[in-house]
Design a protein around this ligand. Structure first.
Ligand code: 1GP
Length: 248
């Protein structure tokens, strides 16, 4: 079993008040080697802490091994963020081993995990047991549709807090509150604070984050890692602006 280096890094950051930043890389949005190199270079400039690699619906054949290539391009750790065992691959530093605890779809709670576990045992990757909580903030996202689950309503922070607490009691080491990629709004800082006040594990928050103000509000509410995907695909140079307020 791999040593929990990335988990330790996130826990240490939480304890010291350092805020972290992850960039979501959807392999379908990468147009080739040069594009991936641009993404890596931009992320290094912006001081991104982790890459999350995956998507709710990945359908294009990969023209080359993006995970290994990305790892060779820079020192930013690559963490798989798969929606199904079809997205497993070797070469990443870690995997968010997510159980979709806001839903009641057995495949996303435990089914896919059983399929993946024997492969992961010998993969050398750090396994990050993560409670994954989808939140409805306006429109149905691909993550909600593909997982066939009901997200937690945006105005019910107490449900998110109780769900996260149950996940922590079940042994999950991280909580991921996600409005879904491309969401029209972020998870509310009020909900993040409710989860923060109820639990002690590090909190990852993503989905619909587009501005430095939103990043700051989420970090201030208790998010330890904020995830940026769509807005950086649209405008790569915004990453640096989003990272500028980080407390280091
Ligand atoms: C989705 O949290 C990530 O799982 C990122 O969302 O693409 O909306 O930034 P965005």
């Amino acid at each position: 079993m791999a040593i929990h280096t990335i988990l330790q890094q996130i826990i240490s950051a939480k304890e010291s008040g350092k805020k972290l930043f992850a960039q979501l890389i959807d392999p379908d949005k990468i147009e080739g080697y040069d594009h991936l190199y641009e993404v890596a270079r931009n992320a290094v400039d912006a001081k991104v802490d982790f890459f999350f690699f995956g998507g709710s619906l990945v359908w294009k054949p990969e023209p080359f091994d993006m995970v290994s290539t990305l790892r060779n391009m820079c020192n930013i750790p690559v963490v798989l963020f798969p929606s199904s065992p079809m997205q497993l691959r070797k070469g990443a530093d870690a995997i968010l081993f997510i159980s979709l605890i806001s839903g009641r779809n057995a495949e996303y709670l435990i089914g896919h995990h059983i399929t993946a576990a024997p492969y992961l045992k010998n993969s050398g990757m750090e396994i990050l047991p993560t409670g994954y909580i989808l939140v409805h903030t306006g429109q149905t996202t691909t993550a909600q549709y593909i997982s066939n689950t009901s997200p937690i309503p945006a105005n019910k922070p107490e449900i998110a807090a109780a769900t996260a607490l149950a996940g922590e009691m079940l042994g999950m080491k991280l909580m991921y509150l996600d409005a879904g990629s491309g969401a029209v709004d972020t998870v509310s800082p009020r909900m993040v604070k409710a989860v923060h006040d109820m639990t002690s594990v590090p909190i990852i928050v993503g989905g619909g984050v587009r501005t430095p103000l939103q990043v700051r509000a989420l970090h201030d509410a208790g998010a330890d890692v904020v995830v940026i995907g769509t807005v950086a695909e649209e405008n790569p140079h915004i990453l640096s602006a989003l990272c500028t307020h980080k407390v280091n």
